[in-house]
Design a protein around this ligand. Structure first.
Ligand SMILES: [Zn+2]
Length: 285
């Protein structure tokens, strides 16, 4: 009796904790397993913390670009929060994604570009468009394949009701700052201006959550929820005139959704970025 029970239950457990890739994206997998991917700096750097997760190299070609990305997910809960990391030079973002995947399930997709921001001249976060013609100035060539591959992976692993999620790192007091607003980006501070200028942890001008939408009127409730958690916010107004083919713009225009969050922290501020992940998870899970 006991044996029969075990015969039934064992395959179920294996299935629930396996690294099986869904059939619709299996064709993209080039290599699998932590040991086979040590040559990549992200893997090398995070080798120990990646243990227990499913790690795959995926590859596809569009025009002259042979894209490679790391697909990492939690075998115990493959569907959940799923992050996109377009910039290979942003190492705190990668560590934060590994942390999030262990703690909350789901996983992430991270572009490989030899530890650079650009891949062969193309910014991976200016390459989202379904169009068969080039529509953005920073797009070197049309990118419908890139767009559909990335979003088919995101949409498989993204749990029901989960937002589109991204992780980035920025430079100290650089172009991305919670202290400034512009025509299409409106900043909201969770702390006093003086505290933000001091630049410690969550209050730093570089620690912020980007949200996006098509309306010129910022989403008050969403912003107040984020500020209440102690997260600075930047709301990006997206329309076809301002479209820069970034992920946020594509989510709004191409997917008709404003359910998008991008956690930004300064390069090297990994502890702060992990804390931001925890705070955002309070809101979206
Ligand atoms: Zn970035």
């Amino acid at each position: 009796m006991k044996k029969i029970f075990l015969l039934f239950i064992t395959p179920l457990i294996l299935l629930a904790t396996s690294c099986t890739i869904p059939s619709n994206i299996q064709y993209l997998v080039v290599k699998s397993g932590l040991n086979n991917l040590k040559e990549y700096s992200d893997i090398h750097r995070n080798y120990h913390s990646l243990k227990g997760l499913c790690v795959n190299l995926i590859g596809f070609k569009e025009g002259r670009l042979n894209w490679n990305m790391l697909l990492v997910f939690n075998p115990k809960a493959p569907r959940g929060p799923f992050w996109f990391l377009p910039h290979d030079n942003e190492n705190s973002a990668f560590s934060s994604a590994v942390y999030a995947t262990h703690k909350y399930g789901g996983g992430f997709l991270s572009v490989l570009a030899g530890e650079n921001r650009y891949f062969k001249g193309q910014d991976p976060n200016r390459n989202f468009s379904d169009s068969s013609v080039r529509i953005c100035s920073k797009q070197l060539a049309p990118s419908p394949i890139y767009t559909s591959v990335v979003f088919s992976i995101i949409n498989y692993f993204r749990g029901a009701g989960m937002p589109y999620l991204a992780l980035h790192n920025n430079t100290n007091g650089g172009g991305i700052t919670a202290l400034k607003s512009s025509k299409y980006t409106k900043s909201f501070l969770a702390y006093s201006r003086e505290q933000v200028k001091k630049g410690v942890g969550l209050s730093d001008e570089d620690s912020l959550v980007y949200i996006a939408g098509s309306s010129f009127k910022p989403p008050a409730q969403k912003i107040s929820n984020l500020l209440g958690l102690g997260l600075n916010v930047k709301y990006e107004i997206v329309n076809s005139n301002s479209n820069d083919c970034s992920m946020s713009n594509y989510v709004v225009i191409g997917r008709s959704s404003s359910n998008y969050y991008n956690i930004e922290a300064q390069h090297g501020k990994t502890a702060t970025q992990k804390r931001m992940v925890d705070l955002l998870m309070h809101l979206v899970r």
